[in-house]
Design a protein around this ligand. Structure first.
Ligand code: NOJ
Length: 772
């Protein structure tokens, strides 16, 4: 990385800190580790590299068109492209150039379905999708969401979510993304971006970077600046930036910078993050858009690499002045406009893109139904991401004979009437959107911009009732009482509870007394109690998990509009459970350590030091020897699997040099050699049970100097009884590398790497070693 900068004119937090600390950032590498800035300092990196389309022929062609387009614009038209307006139609809309037939780009939330519209689908949340561990479903989800956005004429989808990564267990938005493992997040992000963009919509991967908590995510007049996430260089690369590499590699046309400060410089004016890591190291060709209201400065943000400001009318005038007086160069402005247009052409949105048909809320409009048959996919993902964690004496699946008399309890079993009285409760509003919570009944997603607008909700009660009717059974229910009456002849009691979470605040607890008492009260009177939990994040279960009358427990996640149907598929065995946890469920909250809660700091310049480094979730539990209740990667099935025949084959056509070679130019996603497959590892998975089922085989590597084991592959294979299938893992150079903070490169170590394949992060069935 050779960067010359002219920070003299820019009095930013970055440059001030750099002056104070006396670092020189013009060197290509640091000479020793003590020179590498620790967290809290964000080195200035200027100027912004101009996007050039060198990543691929498709990007090159897009850049030719984008440059031609921008060359025809005057100053005001160029500036106009960089400004987003919030309209009653689009959540954000960049300026248009009518004389050239460009209508601007329309941006909409969000990651799990279009928010605030009718005749659109409510998909499962990102965390639910991750619990499927199914790459094909991840791709199909991205494609389906894009079909809906495109169907309504939206150009940019504000997703997928790769951060929060889930550092803070009680973080309010953890459920929007996969959970606290960078590899799993990376695979999901890559698949979603590919699915979205294969269908012509620009994916806006977010939030770049370190948006790990809600408390003080923005500056306030009363308190002061936003929280600063202080993260060291190695942790940034190996944990938080890692998943975005997959998104970029898959071609993400946009990236959203985040609200909070990163190493004391606001993310949307952080030159190290945008000019340095994103646009230099990772070769980003597209444009950076601010989170809504996330731009906190003018010149500094423009020169640090921000390309589109959302949403601010005033920016138009200010940027024009800055360019006229030279504080922002015309080259930077051209680059801002060119990057945006390049993404537009890269996705071929100039060729027959549907007209915008987003409707303002509660204004009569023609029906534009974009749902196609996505309800089937939603139901499938709903079931595939449902995680069974306890099943004593084969309580599940229920059969017509064992579930003739069913009792249903708990507020989460049914959609309550109130939910339909207030449209903002189901995504009707743009800004007031609290999603679904305890008071609304069945929790199908979390709250805030990651929420969605279901066209209907199939509640668990409704779906179970249908099945009971078909079985000529008998149903009793009570959704309100904390200590309901259980009829003596009930064969099975289903208790529904949930745990709500939303953008804009962090959770206060991973349990709640009312729900825990409800479970225990029912279990006292019912020897066959099945608990179903819809949860926006981690939910602990200690107060009743060992109760012997609690015979089965299901984490039903945040399954979207087909919640009840997906659940019934699992409950009655039409689908064999195959979901696995994408986070660790501890025995007690304190087991998560310092990162249980968001950092609370009342000072004017609040600081959150990520001193745990890469040791979050299972990495920390493994290091500390803490026994979880349910480990990362865990989930039961109705069948059983054995693992055998581990095989490791080194690909002989790639170089296994210590560092990736120097003389290869960077493309979007980083150094291309990082993606070379060095080893193919496989194992045979045999279904030894009586029903067909899918197994998520997981590959963990022990990389020297890194956590004892890290997820570096997974493969979900469907296996018929008494048959076998091969799980395959392609291990890339990046998967084996660590970030060298001195050389500022990914590096392979000459050492032994342990290889384990198993059914979870603690159920490792096969072991071997790679020697480099
Ligand atoms: C703020 C959220 O942080 C972001 O994720 C969302 O896309 C925007 N608001 C727009 O709603």
């Amino acid at each position: 990385m050779r960067i010359s900068h002219s920070a003299a004119a820019l009095i930013t937090t970055n440059s001030l800190l750099a002056c104070v600390s006396g670092y020189s950032f013009e060197q290509s590498t640091y000479t020793n580790e003590s020179e590498v800035p620790f967290y809290g300092l964000s080195p200035p990196v200027y100027p912004t590299p101009e996007g050039n389309g060198k990543s691929s022929l498709a990007w090159a062609a897009a850049y030719v068109k984008a440059r031609e387009f921008v060359a025809q614009l005057d100053l005001e038209e160029k500036v106009n492209l960089t400004v987003g307006y919030q309209t009653s139609v689009c959540h954000g809309h960049t300026g248009s150039v009518p004389r050239l037939g460009f209508g601007g780009l329309c941006f909409e939330d969000g990651p799990s379905g279009i928010r605030g519209q009718d005749f659109v689908s409510a998909f499962p949340a990102g965390s639910h999708l991750a619990a499927t561990w199914d790459k094909n479903l991840m791709y199909a989800y991205g494609k389906a969401i894009a079909e809906e956005e495109k169907g309504k004429g939206v150009n940019v989808i504000l997703g997928p979510v790769g951060g929060p990564a889930g550092r803070v267990t009680r973080g309010g938005r953890v459920w929007e993304g996969p959970g606290p493992d960078p590899y799993l997040i990376g695979i999901q992000l890559g698949q979603l971006v590919t699915g979205i963009q294969d269908n012509g919509v620009i994916a806006c991967s977010k939030h770049w970077l370190f948006n790990e908590q809600e408390y003080r995510r923005l500056p306030t007049i009363n308190y002061g600046e936003a929280m600063s996430s202080n993260v060291d260089d190695l942790t940034m690369h190996e944990l938080y930036a890692w998943p975005f590499m997959n998104a970029l590699r898959a071609g993400s046309g946009a990236v959203m910078c985040s609200y909070q400060r990163a190493n004391n410089s606001y993310s949307c004016q952080n030159s190290k993050l945008m000019n340095g890591v994103l646009k230099t190291e990772l070769g980003f060709e597209g444009f950076v858009v601010s989170d809504w209201g996330g731009q906190q400065s003018g010149v500094a943000s423009a020169n640090a690499g921000l390309d589109v400001v959302m949403p601010w009318f005033g920016w138009w005038q200010n940027l024009t002045t800055m360019v006229t007086n030279g504080s922002v160069s015309i080259e930077r402005l051209d680059d801002m406009a060119t990057r945006q247009m390049a993404s537009y052409y890269f996705l071929k949105q100039d060729e027959k893109y549907p007209d915008l048909s987003i409707s303002p809320y509660n204004v009569q409009h023609p029906i534009i139904d974009v749902r196609d048959n996505h309800s089937q996919l939603i139901r499938e993902i709903g079931a595939a991401g449902t995680v069974l964690v306890k099943n004593t004496n084969k309580t599940l699946p229920l059969k017509a004979s064992t579930a003739r008399f069913v009792s249903i309890f708990g507020y989460d079993a049914e959609v309550k009437a109130e939910a339909w009285e207030d449209p903002t409760r189901y995504g009707g509003g743009y800004d007031v959107n609290w999603g679904w919570n305890t008071f609304n009944g069945t929790l199908i997603t979390g709250g805030g911009s990651g929420s969605n607008s279901p066209p209907y909700v199939v509640s668990p009660f409704q779906a179970i009732q249908q099945r009971v009717v078909a079985n000529k059974g008998m149903l009793r229910w009570d959704f309100f009482s904390g200590n309901p009456t259980v009829e003596a002849s009930t064969q099975v009691c289903l208790v529904f509870i949930n745990s709500y979470s939303s953008e804009s605040f962090d959770r206060l607890s991973l349990t709640d007394e009312f729900s825990d008492n409800l479970v225990n009260n029912v279990a006292t009177n019912c020897s066959n109690t099945v608990v179903v939990l819809h949860a926006a994040g981690t939910r602990l279960v200690e107060s009743w998990i060992d109760n012997e009358n609690v015979t089965a427990v299901i984490y039903a996640g945040l399954p979207g509009q087909e919640a009840g149907s997906s659940l019934v598929d699992i409950l009655f065995g039409d689908v064999t459970p195959s979901g696995k946890l994408s986070h660790t469920v501890a025995r007690k909250e304190e087991d998560y350590g310092e990162v249980l809660n968001s950092t609370i700091d009342y000072s004017a310049f609040p600081q959150s030091n990520f001193t745990e480094g890469v040791y979050i979730d299972y990495r920390a539990f493994d290091r500390n020897g803490t026994v979880p209740r349910f480990e990362f990667g865990f989930g039961l099935s109705y069948t059983t699997f054995t693992y055998s025949n581990i095989s490791i084959v080194q690909r002989d056509n790639v170089s296994v040099a210590e560092y990736p070679s120097k003389n290869i130019s960077i493309v979007q996603g980083g150094h291309p050699e990082l993606w070379d497959v060095l080893f193919e590892i496989s194992a045979v998975i045999t279904n030894t049970g009586e029903v067909a089922g899918a197994e998520v085989a997981q590959l963990y590597l022990g990389i020297p100097t890194a956590p004892v084991r890290q997820l570096r592959g997974f493969d979900k294979v469907m296996v018929q009884p008494e048959e076998a299938a091969t799980a395959l893992f392609e291990v890339t150079r990046r998967d084996l590398s660590t970030w060298d903070v001195v050389a500022q490169e990914w590096k392979l170590q000459k050492a032994n790497y342990t290889v384990s394949i198993g059914a979870s992060s603690r159920d490792l069935r096969l072991n071997s070693t790679i020697v480099l």
